[in-house]
Design a protein around this ligand. Structure first.
Ligand code: SAH
Length: 474
């Protein structure tokens, strides 16, 4: 076994493969993806990273005070709130790390009080630094427990003298007792309040709270792969679900008729809209909200899409999203996943509604860590093939019978026939949740359950429950 790349590896837990030679890491990741995904389609060899070290464009430190009163900046030991001082991280951008070290030294020099998690006293909690690899723009975020930040002007001045490469400084106020690094309020202390970076020939604005892929060189490969798999000709109506700041949709827009991005984080949606304008694109728009609920509404409105991109968080997507995809009937679906386990689970759901994986491409995005990114292209099967595949899958996969008993269309038709009124996909999805049909399968559900959709009449709910009984779903 090779030497560990990092002395903190065990406590930090970020780099599961700290002691594993890079070629071996790739082989292990390949094996994992093969095992989970080869039942769906042939898995291509993983695209390796040319730079497996110092690739992360974002770095974070938490502050703590030692017994001798010295301030150290570090990271939480895995699964705890104990801070391990960190001298160097081998996968984070070097400039970001130099800035983090100097930020901690400045806190000492300025005698600013460090936040104490248990006592909930003090001011300075975390630092976050992000750098646009292509533009060189740098954002430094100082997370404080309250908005009052004594001598902040001089602090920022001193920081900029040390690091003139910093293009914006933001104070983020996080007064809650929480594991989340960032709070809701940003106070711009210097510059624009965001940075820009370039990917695949487009410029993107990134706010402190917005998701942005951490490995820019590999992200270009990932996005180019995803857009190639979509097979765009300029005539397609495209959905970019879980779109973040709109990166994938914006990369696809020049080759499509129109694109709609959907994203939960409202700050990211604001960035996405700015990004569309910044890149002179007029055929892309964005909606804020839960991707599953939005898709169900689209399906209920009778919308159609030619291509659906989805890039959900590690938990994967939801059965209601997949069901709604069936109604929108895209020719192709491109699933970008950072967790092959939930990808395998969701590909099984897609197979049930008649979508077959055609190409599976792992892409190295997270060298030295245990994470694997995969892009998967799915195509709609013809009706006949769809039927066969569903029957095979039902036997092979241990899917919850309830989910598979009746489609949304069958429930709609049954209610119409029996009660004479129309129920929407959204009505059915909501009732499924109420009856525990969806929750039982342990999918992540949106927090703001009823925030956007109107109340459903009682008679509709009762009719749908009757349909569930009829189809023996409950
Ligand atoms: N495609 C983007 C973002 C991928 S990360 C990129 O490549 O940069 C996943 C995104 O899904 C995050 O921006 C997160 O805020 C968003 N998200 C999480 N849960 C969601 C939900 N239920 N509905 C819509 N978006 C969600």
């Amino acid at each position: 076994m090779a030497d560990k790349i990092c002395p903190h590896a065990e406590e930090c837990g970020g780099c599961a493969y700290a002691a594993v030679p890079y070629e071996e890491q790739l082989a292990t990741k390949q094996k994992l993806v093969d095992k989970l995904l080869s039942p769906f389609a042939k898995v291509s060899p993983i695209i390796r990273a040319e730079q497996p070290l110092y690739y992360r464009n974002k770095a974070h430190r938490v502050l703590s005070v030692g017994r001798n009163g010295r301030i150290s900046s570090g990271i939480y030991a895995e699964g705890t709130h104990r801070v391990i001082p960190v001298r160097e991280c081998r996968i984070e951008d070097r400039t970001c790390q130099l800035i983090l070290t100097d930020l901690a030294a400045l806190v000492q020099d300025f005698r600013l009080p460090v936040y104490h998690e248990d006592r909930r006293t003090g001011l300075i909690r975390h630092f976050l630094v992000r750098r646009g690899a292509a533009t060189g723009e740098v954002m430094a975020v100082i997370v404080t427990a309250s908005a009052v930040f004594p001598s902040r002007k001089n602090f920022v001045k001193a920081l900029l003298e040390l690091h003139p490469e910093i293009t914006t400084v933001i104070q983020n106020v996080n007064s809650r007792k929480t594991n989340m690094v960032l709070g809701d309020r940003d106070i711009v202390l210097y510059g624009k309040g965001w940075i820009e970076d370039r990917l695949c020939g487009h410029t993107f604005r990134i706010s402190p709270n917005s998701f942005y892929q951490v490995n820019p060189a590999q992200t270009e490969i990932l996005y180019n792969t995803a857009v190639r798999m979509a097979g765009l000709t300029g005539r397609e109506t495209v959905i970019d679900a879980y779109c973040g700041i709109g990166t994938i949709g914006i990369c696809a827009a020049p080759y499509a008729k129109e694109v709609t991005g959907i994203e939960l984080n409202e700050n990211a949606v604001k960035d996405a809209r700015q990004n569309a304008a910044r890149n002179w694109l007029t055929n892309i728009r964005f909606a804020a909200g839960d991707a599953g609920e939005w898709m169900v509404r689209q399906a209920a409105d009778g919308a159609h899409a030619d291509v659906v991109f989805l890039d959900p968080p590690r938990a994967g997507t939801t059965p209601e999203f997949v069901q709604a995809c069936a109604a929108l009937a895209p020719e192709r679906i491109v699933y970008i996943s950072c967790n092959p386990e939930t990808l395998a689970r969701d590909l099984a759901l897609y197979q049930q509604i008649g979508y077959q994986a055609k190409e599976i491409q792992p892409v190295e995005m997270f060298a030295f860590t245990g994470h694997v990114e995969t892009v998967c292209a799915l195509s709609k099967l013809s009706e006949a093939k769809h039927h066969i595949s569903v029957q095979v899958d039902m036997d092979e996969l241990d899917v919850t019978a309830a989910e598979s008993k009746a489609t949304y269309e069958e429930i709609q038709a049954w209610v119409k026939e029996k009660y004479g009124f129309h129920v929407t996909h959204l009505n059915i999805a909501k009732t499924k949740r109420k009856c525990g049909i969806i929750e039982r399968q342990n999918y992540n559900l949106p927090k703001s359950e009823n925030s956007r959709s109107p109340e459903m009449p009682k008679e509709k709910e009762e009719a749908i429950i009757e349909a569930f009984r009829h189809f023996q779903m409950i």
